[in-house]
Design a protein around this ligand. Structure first.
Ligand SMILES: NC(=O)c1ccc[n+]([C@@H]2O[C@H](COP(=O)([O-])OP(=O)(O)OC[C@H]3O[C@@H](n4cnc5c(N)ncnc54)[C@H](OP(=O)(O)O)[C@@H]3O)[C@@H](O)[C@H]2O)c1
Length: 294
């Protein structure tokens, strides 16, 4: 699963690029010579990540944008900033968007738009940013939208009566629903835009040793993640797998648009349900106040 040696003519956007899997992915793509555009939510974390990438690869073609992806207006501003940047640097071409940013929160948290935090960051931000960057993706044949999902989507259904989990909030169920939304989005995207030559892929990274379960958590959830994550894979290795899905010409969606460690496997039957995916798509459009078309 080696990255192509020379990605000099390619541009990639990676959200959540300041730590864990996203940092691994952006570092791998920068090392292969690509123009990489990272998104981070804190200036300090951006400086630290950029420092690490440049330490390993002083010639990295790297640019970071700051955005809190829980807020729809930040996503919108970010999209416009990236569009402008790409126009100047690549004549408006984007080879892949990697929707990787993710969060776990064991407090029921409402964003400034009134949405549940995990659903907003893990699904709606990816949905909205993909919409904003669609023209730049469509300008490149065989461009990609890679969304980092999870095996935890299995056994879940969308809770249509209470998508924001306002009643009886449960950290894990809200997280699992958001990761299911990533897969439903990916499959529906391919149904709508596959014909335009844009490939959507849901990446299942397996268990990875990152700090995701330590950032917005306390008590038992935090305690469990502290122990469980130690058995996880190296985020640098997994980041490289995600980068490969975004960059390698041999990746396609013929067998499956869901890939575990790069290998096509079937997601849950529910995640492939067309009417459920359409329903989520329409709800997401209305929550983001956008219209995709397609
Ligand atoms: N770790 C696993 O075992 C595992 C398994 C399956 C799927 N995943 C998925 O993998 C993806 C990456 O997670 P990770 O494990 O690498 O965790 P991580 O190291 O915590 O990375 C998450 C990234 O998202 C960023 N982020 C979080 N909230 C944000 C917000 N509101 N606005 C902008 N950026 C935000 C974080 O920024 P900071 O650096 O500032 O915190 C970080 O860069 C997630 O989508 C996760 O669901 C992980």
């Amino acid at each position: 699963m080696d990255l192509p040696d020379d990605l000099h003519n390619m541009a990639f956007v990676i959200t959540g690029a300041t730590s864990g899997i996203g940092l691994g992915a952006i570092a791998a793509l920068a090392k292969a010579g690509a123009l990489v555009i990272g998104v981070g939510r804190s200036e300090a974390n951006i400086q630290q990540a950029a420092g690490l990438i440049r330490q390993e690869n002083p010639g990295a073609r790297l640019h970071f944008f700051l955005a809190d992806l829980s807020a729809q207006n930040h996503v919108r501003t970010l999209g416009f900033q990236i569009q402008k940047y790409l126009q100047a640097e690549t004549s408006g071409q984007l080879h892949a968007l990697i929707n990787n940013a993710g969060t776990v929160s064991n407090r029921f948290t409402v964003t400034e738009d009134g949405y549940e935090l995990q659903f907003a960051v893990n699904h709606l931000a990816a949905f909205h940013l993909t919409h904003l960057l669609l023209p730049q993706l469509a300008a490149v044949p065989e461009s990609r939208v890679v969304t980092v999902s999870s095996n935890s989507h299995r056994g879940m259904r969308m809770c249509w009566r209470d998508v924001m989990c306002r009643r009886n909030y449960n950290t894990l169920l809200a997280y699992k629903q958001s990761k299911l939304a990533n897969v439903l989005f990916t499959y529906e995207f391919n149904r709508r835009f596959g014909k335009n030559g844009i490939l959507a892929i849901a990446a299942d990274p397996g268990l990875v040793n990152t700090g995701i379960g330590l950032k917005g958590t306390y008590g038992l959830v935090r305690w469990i993640w502290q122990r469980r994550s130690q058995g996880g894979a190296d985020p640098g290795v997994i980041g490289k797998e995600v980068a490969w899905l975004a960059a390698a010409p041999e990746v396609n969606t013929r067998e499956s648009a869901y890939r575990k460690h790069g290998v096509p496997v079937q997601p849950s039957r529910y995640a492939r349900n067309e009417s459920e995916a359409r329903r989520l798509w329409e709800l997401s459009e209305s929550l983001c106040r956008i219209r995709f078309g397609g």
